[in-house]
Design a protein around this ligand. Sequence first.
Ligand code: ZN
Length: 464
Amino acid sequence: MWSSLREVFARELVVLVDPTNPQHARRRKQLTVAVGTVFTLGMAAAMGVAPRNAFDDPLAPRVEQALRMPDVRQQLELLTETDEQSVYVRQERMQRGDTIATLLRRLGVDDPDAQSFILKNPTARGLFGLNPGQTVQAEIDDSNLLVALQANLGGDAASSRELVVERVAPQKDGGDYTYRARIASVDNDVHYEMASGAIENNGFFKSMDAANVPDEIVSQMISIFSGVIDFHHDITRGDRFRIVYEAGFRDGAFVRNGRVVAIELINRNTLYQALWYSPTDGEPGAYYTFDGRSMKRPFLRSPVEFSRVSSGFGGRDHPLHHKWAQHKGVDFAAPTGTKVFASGEGTVEFVGQQNGYGNLIILRHAGGYSTYYAHLSGFAGLRDGQHVGQGEVIGYVGSTGWATGPHLHYEFRYNDVPQNPLTTTLMEAPTLTGKSRSEFLNYTSAMLSRINMLRTYNVLTASN
Ligand SMILES: [Zn+2]
């Protein structure tokens, strides 16, 4: 199996990895835990025993942030001991159109001093950045005065930034209460969630919804495989996937999803696997195949954003049915305005209009390659000679020039001769070498034997 995997990737274009993750040591540790967890989960699943943290309440909302509950008892005890005051805790969600005044009112706070502090204090004004649906929690005393207010400002799966506004006792007897605001970093508990499923008739995104894969995990999936799979053309009914990803929890409450740590996709009977790995030599973390090859490629398989809107566009009746051989390019049907990405790193050789092509961008890449992006509705402020990175937005889908409907006409050329980007074979994938490689193989060998065992149990089935 692994030699055939190697063949698959040897056919692909490859380049070394560029993502950044300064916290690689921590990640690596988490991943080690993840791997253990993943395959423990996998084994349990194989035997029909659903472990709690992976399968608990699959319908629970996964995009909304929940707030951690403070240890209220402790505070209550403290307050009871000191000044016999009671503290009430209330939690509300931000609503569209909320002001600080309406939010505080719903929280039961009647405290003009606190309100004016929040309006003026730059840190406390972080509340204005919250989105509808996000949670704010207030502690108030018997007189409806604010004791403390907390809101989660975001972060990653491993930690959250929490805004805290708190009342400060007067310095001297008879003095006034003051307030202070601070942002605290709080550690989350990282759990590993598993999702698996198959692509059904209703398309990629609906199938992901059916398998309860959160949107942010879906976009990571698309990005991880962007060098090997053209999601617009390649994904098809019957493709299967299995994903393991981090999810951060605070005191049992879901906070946010994190990184995909391991993923498998069977696309048209070809198995693609990727694993997040941070070498210990200081290289940034990245996705690798299980035999240590980078998932990065010099060119994206699809230079058009793959989204809920663009994925089903055109359908079977769309007039675009050009074959590559007929016009030396690949067409991507997508609504006008859909983002077009630089498929590889390069420089802008041409940006403007050309007969037939309409609005056209030509990028020049290393090694004699160039790419053409035609029929655009607009450009993303490009100049001739400008450097662009892979995946950078360069323009927007349109129907300028000779186009029957909005689509991107994409050409991939070598020494100015159009190639079929879907079948072109280029360099061998670079692999981890030296110490990194032996560490990686060490790390994956345990996983491989477990995965092979899982296969015998046939966990990855079309039904789930
Ligand atoms: Zn075309």
